[in-house]
Design a protein around this ligand. Structure first.
Ligand code: ATP
Ligand code: MG
Length: 222
């Protein structure tokens, strides 16, 4: 089973973009991948297609229906805040055990390539005692860590790696998603990161020509 959790150094780093690119890549090869975005904050029911779940469904060639949303993104909140805050704002909370059970069930479906997008970065709180890294570890999924090439990204990536290692979460690859307009080069970022990443495969995603990186990452996830 080729299920992977897509996490990142923080919000807006390119998790959904990368997941969609991988899903499209697999589909062009005649494969039938699946994707989940179990926890979704900043969800506008009037514009479901604009959400991460909507983007994943579009990349899968599926309609953005209420049924499809319920199936891939059951924990939806309106406020564009961390999940603990967004849920609390609606007088709700995320049941961590249920979230883990949902994730485990989802990846046991009969698909070869399955992606589960997290929310924000690895240390985003889900409730009073769990963060995203606990979700990854409890789900038993290896993850892809998405980072950027902006000034400061090296420390963010290595800090995230340490945080994942502390809970025993496996990292299949670090995807370095080139930051647009960065003062730091993508190649230089990869060279430095490689010296500190403990042998975790690094994949460069070039802005102007991402396809080679997407194909390489897809190969590592199979
Ligand atoms: N390699 C890329 N090329 C072009 N656009 C990109 C690339 N990576 C990210 N983006 C764009 O950057 C924005 C943020 O990316 P994305 O939504 O994938 O981040 P995210 O990590 O999923 O954020 P969130 O924490 O909200 O889930 C989006 O508009 C996305 O299309
Ligand atoms: Mg996203």
């Amino acid at each position: 089973m080729g299920a992977n959790f897509i996490t990142g150094t923080g919000t807006d780093i390119g998790k959904t973009w990368l997941a969609c690119a991988l899903l499209r890549h697999w589909r062009t090869q005649g494969l039938r991948p699946a994707a989940f975005k179990p926890v979704l904050s900043g969800f506008d029911p009037d514009q479901p297609g604009a959400s991460d779940a909507g983007a994943l469904l579009a990349a899968l060639g599926r309609e953005v229906s209420a049924t499809a949303l319920d199936a891939i993104a059951p924990w939806r909140y309106a406020a564009p805040l961390s999940p603990d805050m967004a849920a609390a704002g609606e007088g709700r909370s995320i049941d961590f055990a249920e979230l883990v059970a949902f994730t485990r069930r989802s990846v046991s479906a009969d698909y070869r390539q399955i992606l589960v997008e997290g929310v924000g970065g690895v240390m985003v709180p889900l409730d009073d005692s769990h963060t995203v890294r606990d979700w990854i570890a409890a789900s038993g999924l290896p993850c892809v860590l998405v980072t950027g090439s902006y000034l400061g990204s090296l420390s963010h990536a290595l800090t995230a790696l340490e945080a994942l290692a502390k809970v025993g979460a496996g990292v299949t690859a670090i995807a370095v998603n080139e930051t647009a307009g960065s003062t730091v080069g993508l190649a230089a970022t990869l060279q430095s990161l490689a010296r500190h990443a403990g042998g975790v495969p690094l994949v460069a995603i070039e802005r102007s020509s991402p396809q080679a990186g997407i194909a390489r990452l897809a190969g590592l996830l199979c």
